[in-house]
Design a protein around this ligand. Sequence first.
Ligand code: NAP
Length: 251
Amino acid sequence: MKVPFAMSKIVLITGGSRGIGAACARVLAEKGYDVAVNYAGNAKAAAQVVMDVEAAGRRAVAVQADIGDLAAVRAMFEAVDQGLGRLTHLVNNAGVISQRGRFEDLTQDTIDGMIAVNIKGYMYPTIEAIKRMSTKHGGQGGVICNISSGSAHRGSPNNSVLYAMTKGAVNSMTIGLSQELVADSIRVNTVAPGLIATDMPGPDELAKRVPGLPMGRAGEADEIAHGVAYLLSDEASYTSGANLRIAGGMT
Ligand code: NAP
C-alpha cells in the first residue's frame, strides 16, 4: 500500500521541540517533508527546530498545544491545516515520566498527568490525523508512527510501572489501528527505543544505566529518527502493525 504523494509530504511531530522529536524533524526535513513542530512550553527550542527545517529547504511551523487536551489538539490541527496544508504523516512522540519509584508512592496528579500525555496525547492527534489522511474522509492516505518503549514488555519495576503501562497502551493502539485503518490507506507502526540520551532520562538516570547496556552507551536521538523515517517512507509500504525495537541489543 503506497500513499500517492503528488502533493507535498506534511508531517506533524508531537513533542518536536526537543530530544527524539526534534531529531525526527531534522531527519524528515532532509528527506523532503514539511514539518509541524508541536511543543508544550519550550517555544525557544521549537523555534530553533523550525529554523533547522527551513535551513534544509522545507516549510515548518511551530504549534503549541498540550496533547492531552482535545480542544488544544483540535486547534493545533487547524493551525497546521492553515500553515502547511492537509497532513499526510504523524509522529506521536511526546511522552513524559513525571515520577520514578515504587508503585504505591504514585499520586493522583502523577497518574492523571501521565495518562493524559502518554495515552490521551497519542489518541487525540491520531483521531484528528485520521480525519485528514483517510481515503474515507477524502484524504490521500497516510502513515502514523508511534514512539513507544521496550518498557511496555519489561514493565519497569522500581522505576515507573505506570510509564510501562502507558507504553503498553501505545502498542495496543498500533496493533488495532494498523488493521482498522488498512481500508483507509493508513499504515500505523511503532518504534520502541532503548535508553536514549535526551532530557527524559537526564544525566543521573543515564549515568546509572549506561554501564549495564549491551553497547556500553545510550542511543542517540538520530538513531531513532532514522527508524521513524524508514517506517514513514514508501520503502515500508508493506509494513503496518510493526514494532521496531531500536535499543542497541537491549531486550
Ligand atoms: P524529551 O527529550 O523529554 O522531550 C519531550 C518532548 O515532548 C518535548 O518536545 C516536550 O515539549 C514535549 N512534551 C512534553 N509534554 C507535552 C505535552 N503535554 N504536550 C505536547 N508536548 C509535550 O523526551 P524524549 O526522550 O525525546 O522522548 C520522546 C518519546 O520517546 C517519548 O514518548 C518517550 O516516552 C519515548 N522514549 C524515550 C526514551 C529515552 O530514553 N529518551 C526511551 C524510550 C522511549 P517542550 O520542549 O515544550 O517541553
